[in-house]
Design a binder for this molecule. Structure first.
Ligand SMILES: Cc1cc2nc3c(=O)[nH]c(=O)nc-3n(C[C@H](O)[C@H](O)[C@H](O)COP(=O)(O)OP(=O)(O)OC[C@H]3O[C@@H](n4cnc5c(N)ncnc54)[C@H](O)[C@@H]3O)c2cc1C
Length: 448
């Protein structure tokens, strides 16, 4: 802990992909800045995910424009540690001024003057601007229906690592987005009896007519969609890059031995009740899947593309017994289920951010990341500006917008009227370096 206060124009908090992208654009714009990271660069990719996780999108797609995964086939899916190494290498390439091992504990707006005081476990900073890049998935959410049981092992997907970590016996996985579906399949392949609770979801084909779904969502403008379709704002997307990538097909998972159940509604001790919505959720997922095939076919026809036909993509497996005769309840003990994995998402945690930037529900109020509180920016949140915002390829573009906004604001603030210009000219003759004294030197040479 140092007693001195470090002053900097722009402070970026968090050095995941969002913080690294922000640093690149700020450097390109010549904005003095510093990135503070409480752990290591891309920590979420290192320790916040299960062991076998690979990127959901192929290497050619899930990256920043300035660097390729030079050791991977462009169509391969990078392992999570490779993704972390990528961002570390990227930070080095752009000489990002990142200080790791610094936890920000409080941000407070100055009273009667511009800027913010930022308290950390390594001293105090003063910044004219603060970019909050602390991630879209900070605090794992387990719904209040989770039973209070001493015998049942319960964990969030954020704490799941591998099948060996779990006790003997079956598993109920609640939530069938990308995390729940991949974890359920890994456990089933490891020989466990798995129940998978399936809610509303989108499930694009992994690939269609020779193109990955990431390509299709790109050319069809879906990644750039600025608002979710009404009623689909919180619908999860079930995709997988595991084992080379494959379409998530719930009927196939059932054929493999996973028992599908509807949305988990309530627990009475170890007796679980499921909503009678499994068939409906699968049907809506099928609609989403088929609508993408239809849009892709139309795009191919309209643009005269020579991509191979793929009629088999429209084959639908027969409904398995667990769909036609869905379980309404399950006695976990009688079924030999000793573990519940909650793949139920995350929320943000801004208790340390003491600024007027939130609505009554504690959600950031912002326009494309530019907060209502001047000088505060948010980056990396889902739907910050578009569907792609929380993903690797999307956050880079949002960071550019925020950097542009910062540059514009700095230009306004640098403006001086004639009197001020004349006075400044006199001052600068007397002390050419006066302005620089506000900036505490930080390494411009790379990762600190
Ligand atoms: C299971 C899973 C799989 C995903 N797979 C993909 C994928 O394949 N492709 C894709 O594009 N996206 C994927 N995502 C979404 C997204 O890309 C990741 O969540 C990504 O980590 C978000 O990057 P970020 O920089 O916004 O946040 P993070 O990576 O979470 O980085 C935020 C950083 O801020 C630091 N921090 C937080 N609070 C403080 C503080 N108070 N002081 C200092 N530092 C702080 C953290 O230590 C962290 O390093 C996935 C998400 C999950 C959960």
């Amino acid at each position: 802990m140092t007693a001195e206060t470090t002053s900097i124009d722009t402070l970026v908090i968090g050095a995941g992909q969002a913080g690294v992208a922000m640093s690149e654009h700020l450097s390109n714009a010549g904005v003095p800045h510093l990135v503070l990271e409480r752990n290591r660069i891309a920590e979420s990719w290192r320790t916040g995910r299960w062991d076998s996780l690979v990127a959901n999108g192929p290497a050619w797609h899930d990256r920043f424009p300035g660097m390729v995964f030079d050791d991977l086939d462009p169509d391969a899916f990078a392992a999570k540690d490779r993704v972390a190494a990528y961002f570390e290498a990227y930070a080095r390439q752009i000489a990002a001024p990142i200080r790791t091992g610094v936890t920000v504990s409080r941000v407070e707006r100055h009273q009667g003057r511009a800027g913010f005081t930022v308290e950390t476990d390594q001293g105090v900073f003063e910044a004219s601007r603060v970019v909050v890049a602390t991630g879209p998935f900070q605090r794992p959410v387990i719904p209040p229906i989770a039973p209070k049981s001493e015998t049942l092992v319960q964990m969030h997907s954020a704490d799941y690592r591998n099948p060996e970590q779990l006790p003997e016996g079956g598993v109920l996985v609640v939530g069938a987005g990308s995390s729940g579906v991949q974890i359920a399949e890994e456990l089933q392949r490891a020989g466990k009896k798995v129940y998978l609770s399936v809610g509303p979801h989108d499930r694009p084909p992994r690939s269609y007519r020779g193109r990955d779904f990431c390509w299709w969502l790109g050319v069809l403008g879906e990644w750039d969609a600025e608002v979710a379709r009404p009623g689909r704002e919180h619908v999860t997307i079930a995709v997988s890059g595991a084992r080379g990538g494959h379409t998530v097909d719930f009927r196939r998972l059932a054929q493999q031995g996973i028992t599908l159940v509807g949305v988990t509604e309530a627990f009475d001790g170890e007796q679980v009740t499921f909503k009678p919505d499994l068939a409906l959720n699968l049907a809506r997922g099928d609609d989403n899947y088929l609508s993408l095939l239809n849009a892709a076919d139309a795009y191919i026809a309209r643009n005269g593309l020579d991509l191979p036909e793929e009629p088999a993509a429209r084959d639908v497996l027969p409904d398995p017994d667990c769909v036609t005769h869905p379980l309404k309840t399950l006695d976990l003990r009688a079924a030999g289920v000793g573990t519940v994995i909650w793949a139920t998402g995350y929320e943000v945690d801004y208790r340390w951010l003491n600024v007027d930037a939130f609505d009554a529900n504690g959600k950031p109020r912002h326009q494309r990341g530019v907060s209502k509180e001047p000088g505060v920016y948010f980056l990396g949140l889902p739907w910050l500006s578009r569907r792609g915002s929380a993903f690797i390829w999307g956050v880079w573009h949002d960071a550019k917008h925020i950097a542009d906004h910062i540059v514009t604001q700095r230009k306004y603030l640098a403006y001086q009227g004639a009197d001020e210009r004349n006075a400044a000219a006199g001052t600068s003759r007397r002390d050419a370096t006066a302005d620089d004294s506000r900036i505490h030197p930080v390494s411009e040479t790379g990762v600190l």
